[in-house]
Write a new protein. Structure first.
Length: 113
């Protein structure tokens, strides 16, 4: 049986106390920190971006689990979806992909671009 991992989301944190609250959940036994990144395009809300993620890296040793709800993730890595996933994996990170139900499966096909 796979052990359950606790990954509290910082989305409900008090952003004025973000570092403190991350330390609190780490001390409480969290296994990783879940970071919801929303760009206001893919989903209507805007949350945090790379600057906050870099700041989080300085306040915790826990893995940061990023949920990218952004319209153009390749813009941040400058590669195609398949290569984006490969690039993340090559950085030693675990990677997964979730599609909205309305997203056609053809989005997963490799193109020559």
């Amino acid at each position: 049986m796979t052990p359950i991992a606790l990954a509290p989301s910082i989305l409900s944190a008090d952003f004025a106390r973000l570092g403190e609250q991350v330390a609190e959940v780490e001390a409480a036994g969290a296994d990783r920190i879940h970071v919801d990144v929303m760009d206001g395009h893919f989903v209507p809300n805007i949350t945090i971006g790379p600057v906050v993620v870099r700041s989080l890296r300085r306040v915790t040793r826990l893995p940061l689990e990023a949920h990218l709800m952004i319209a153009e993730p390749d813009r941040y890595l400058e590669v195609h979806l398949h290569r984006t996933l490969e690039t993340i994996a090559k950085l030693g990170k675990r990677v997964g992909l979730a599609l909205n139900p309305a997203t056609p499966a053809t989005m997963l096909e490799e193109t020559s671009s």
